[in-house]
Design a protein around this ligand. Structure first.
Ligand SMILES: Cc1cc2nc3c(=O)[nH]c(=O)nc-3n(C[C@H](O)[C@H](O)[C@H](O)COP(=O)(O)OP(=O)(O)OC[C@H]3O[C@@H](n4cnc5c(N)ncnc54)[C@H](O)[C@@H]3O)c2cc1C
Length: 348
């Protein structure tokens, strides 16, 4: 196991901001992960687990302990009853994995095409887009339990999946390192065309689209919103959507609409109503393409804070604070960030 020092983290993230890791290890096997965790514990170094760096804001000071980059690879599949079970190592590129399942003509994650990051990052915030979430198809998650040093298999029901949340980023945050994720997909299944953007994309077409066509449609829609990573495109130098869609009680939502007119919304659990955070941001006065120095809002997506080049984490946090305050003042709604903040003394 090679321990490197003072490794810049910004290039390992999609936001391209933040300082270095004091210590840095890249794990290519489960044995590497176990050894690195033991080393960090013995030396008293705080540990941060890095996937593809697509949901992170790293502080300008960086991380004072060990950053463990998960680089485990390998995909296998087997037929089990009506499903095909895919086991994917945590360091596999997520979109590459989706492409593989689509090429095998298996349905269940095709709408999650084009999301950056690793397979191991997907259960953490229960990644979702265009009408699908990974929690619908994850059967189990193989993890290292850092409290015991043992590996275990967590079933779907043990993982506490909810909207952009799981035990991995909530109740048991920091406890488990994801080593492998298993997905149960439907061989020769039909793609899910439930989301309005996808329905519009295929409107007027005679037959139903294939899985491959659905994947390409999702990627094309994402490209139009700068939600697909394209090198050199500063509208996607981001962590994706910066704020979660807030869930309001029906009463609070109706009151909000009575003052502001129709607001895009979706039904949420327990009779709650999810309000489009992008609408709140835009109507609080933050238009697409606006800039505050080197930080700004994507020209193609009101919910993405972007680094226009040379932004610091402090620039990103200042813009985030300004947006949250103005949305609160304008609508009485508190926006909660979606990315993970790393190396800040206090959670911004
Ligand atoms: C342009 C763009 C578009 C995006 N679109 C979407 C979208 O449509 N839907 C969506 O849900 N998200 C989206 N995201 C956010 C992001 O891509 C996902 O959350 C992704 O799953 C993060 O994975 P990652 O490997 O990059 O994790 P990282 O960003 O490296 O880490 C995120 C968190 O997961 C933890 N983590 C990562 N790997 C492991 C592991 N193996 N074990 C334990 N913990 C781990 C980290 O410690 C950290 O807390 C988007 C981001 C960008 C930049």
């Amino acid at each position: 196991m090679q321990i490197r020092q003072e490794v810049p983290l910004a290039p390992l993230t999609t936001f391209k901001v933040g300082g270095p890791a004091r210590y840095f290890v890249e794990a290519r096997s489960e044995a590497d992960v176990c050894a690195a965790v033991a080393e960090a514990r013995n030396r008293g170094w705080p540990l941060f687990v890095l996937g593809g760096g697509s949901n992170l804001v790293i502080s300008d000071a960086g991380w004072p302990g060990m950053v463990l980059k998960i680089a485990l690879t390998g995909i296998s599949e087997r037929r089990e009853g009506p499903r095909t079970l895919f086991d994917a190592a945590a360091g596999e590129d997520w979109d590459g994995f989706v492409a593989h399942t689509v090429a095998q003509d298996c349905a269940g994650i095709e709408c999650l095409s084009g999301i950056p990051g690793t397979v191991g990052g997907t259960p953490v915030q229960n990644v979702g887009a265009y009408g699908q979430e990974v929690s619908e198809t994850i059967t189990s998650v193989r993890v290292l339990d850092t409290t015991t040093g043992n590996t275990r298999e967590l079933e779907n029901a043990d993982s506490g999946f909810a909207y952009r949340s799981s035990i991995f980023n909530a109740r048991e945050r920091g406890r488990y390192i994801v080593l492998r994720v298993s997905f149960g997909l439907r061989p020769e299944g039909a793609p899910r065309i439930a989301y309005a953007d996808l329905k519009n994309y295929f409107a007027g077409r005679s037959g139903p689209p294939t899985l491959a066509e659905t994947r390409e449609a999702v990627r094309a829609i994402r490209l139009s919103k700068a939600m697909l990573i394209v090198p050199g495109d500063d509208d996607c130098r981001s962590a994706g959507s910066f704020f979660k869609n807030p869930a309001l009680t029906r009463e609070a939502f109706e009151q909000l609409q009575s003052h502001n007119g129709p607001i895009p919304n979706f039904p949420a659990r327990d009779g709650m109503v999810k309000v489009a955070a992008a609408w709140l941001v835009e109507h609080a006065g933050f238009s697409k393409g606006m800039s505050r120095g080197a930080a700004g809002i994507s020209r193609r997506h009101a919910l993405a804070i972007v680094n226009r080049g040379g932004a610091t984490a402090a620039d990103i946090i200042a813009l985030k604070d300004e947006i949250q305050q103005r949305v609160l003042d304008s609508f009485g709604v508190q926006l909660h960030p979606e990315p993970v903040f790393v190396g800040f003394d206090q959670q911004p």
